[in-house]
Write a protein that binds this ligand. Structure first.
Ligand code: FAD
Length: 396
């Protein structure tokens, strides 16, 4: 809780202006805190009199962080292949491990996964832990979490990385709670402090308006989920060698409260804008679901897929699986054509690593032009049909 020392407080009001949550005010001669306080510490840092401090109750015994060493990656196996984000995690995991001169360990649960060992080692792993069992062919949150928890307790890695995918997002918080570790979700950048192994976990905060770098200095492992398509996978090196360990899987470990009755893939699951090389994205400027028919025509001509801003998704013009941005998907195509999209920061974080961005917008001051490689100032309902016509002419 936030403690205010009224003896020291001079009612200067600095705490009030430094609080982003409106949680502190100075009605008279001493500051007062309300229930909106998130214990972020901004007021404590800014108070010139040292009148504020945060009192924490240590619920957990102190972790001896020197017991922990190595970087661990949770690799995802889905529909008969390893999820691309797993190789991206190995790319960043390798860099972190080299900086700390420690092992890069990858844990891969699944039904029949031995055949992927070589590709994981080529991608940077020193040790591959295989949790292979027919029961693991289907994802069950509780079983995957039990396996990860057991492995973390045994191997004591200083860092655990997972993809910010549907699977990673559901299983990793479960594990972090079980091992009393800090967890930073949806990281877009990771670095490690060589001297003490502190993981610097950067992610968008306050609705994407700032990038926050988060540290978990007192507990281990330091756990982070990373958005797909943000980190580059390492170049595979088939000459690398590594250790392979088949984990013993006891019956107890495979106990589940979940019964998988049937697996049905929805039409949305077929949409994978994260793997498309060309994306034609539409926003509120499309005005209706019909606007996306025009966009689809352009996508067909270019051999690409259709993406969207949240405004278009929230309007019900296109399903959520197409949404790009902070609360949607992160994409990095070769070409991204943003049509009738203003370029809000929450959208930009999802597409700014595209190689070429073309923006079509009738407002020449739209922020999207700041991130665009090429900009077309004009009405999309005139520009897109003209573009389609030209593409057809070139083809014929
Ligand atoms: P607008 O901002 O309304 O822009 C429409 C643009 O179309 C304007 O620039 C206009 O000039 C142009 N236009 C209109 N008509 C035409 C025409 N005929 N021809 C050419 N141009 C035209 N947004 C996302 O996209 N993805 C996210 O994941 C996401 N997550 C969010 C998370 C949080 C916590 C919050 C607070 C917001 C999030 N948003 C997200 C919303 C974001 O802030 C913007 O509101 C949203 O991106 C705006 O979508 P837009 O660009 O389509 O619409």
């Amino acid at each position: 809780m936030l403690i205010i020392d009224c003896e020291k407080c001079t009612a200067c009001g600095v705490c009030e202006t430094s609080c982003a949550f409106g949680a502190i005010s100075v009605p008279e001669d001493c500051a007062v805190v309300n229930e909106s306080c998130t214990l972020c510490g901004a007021c404590v840092d800014n108070c010139p009199e040292g009148a504020l401090h945060i009192h924490t109750i240590d619920k957990h015994p102190q972790t001896d962080i020197s017991d922990y060493s190595g970087i661990m990656v949770f690799a995802e196996y889905r529909h008969g292949k390893i999820a691309p984000v797993s190789y991206e995690l190995l790319g960043i995991g390798r860099k972190l491990a080299d900086k700390r001169c420690v092992q890069l360990i990858v844990i891969l649960p699944g039904g029949k996964v031995t055949e992927y060992t070589d590709s994981l080692i080529a991608a940077g792993a020193d040790t591959v832990l295989l949790a292979e069992h027919p029961f693991l062919e289907q994802f069950r949150e509780d079983v995957y979490a039990n396996i990860l928890e057991t492995v973390i307790r045994q191997y004591k890695p200083e860092v655990v990385l997972a993809g910010a995918t549907a699977i990673g997002r559901s299983v990793i918080p479960y594990v972090a709670t079980a091992v009393d570790a800090g967890l930073t979700a949806d990281c877009t950048r990771l670095e490690i402090r060589e001297e003490d192994g502190t993981l610097l976990q950067t992610r968008p905060a306050f609705g994407g308006n700032i990038m926050a770098t988060i540290e978990c200095p007192q507990t281990r492992p330091q756990m982070a989920t990373v958005r797909p398509n943000v980190m580059a996978p390492a170049q595979p090196d088939p000459s690398r060698s590594g250790e392979v360990v088949h984990l013993p899987l006891t019956e107890e470990l495979l106990q589940s409260q979940v019964e998988v009755v049937e697996t049905v893939s929805s039409a949305d699951d077929q949409v994978n804008i994260q793997e498309a090389e060309i994306l034609v994205a539409g926003g509120r400027g499309l005005e209706s679901a019909k606007g996306f028919t025009l966009l689809r025509e352009l996508a067909v001509e270019l051999g690409g897929s259709v993406a969207a801003s949240r405004a278009a998704v929230d309007s019900g013009w296109i399903p959520y699986a197409h949404q790009v941005g902070q609360t949607g998907k992160t994409v990095s195509p070769k070409l991204y054509i943003a049509c009738g999209i203003s370029g809000a920061v929450q959208h930009a974080v999802g597409m700014q690593s595209a190689e070429i961005v073309v923006a079509i917008n009738r407002d020449k001051n739209a922020p999207v032009f700041d991130i665009a490689t090429y900009g077309v100032v004009g009405d999309l309902f005139e520009v897109i049909p003209e573009l389609i016509k030209r593409l057809q002419e070139v083809k014929n």
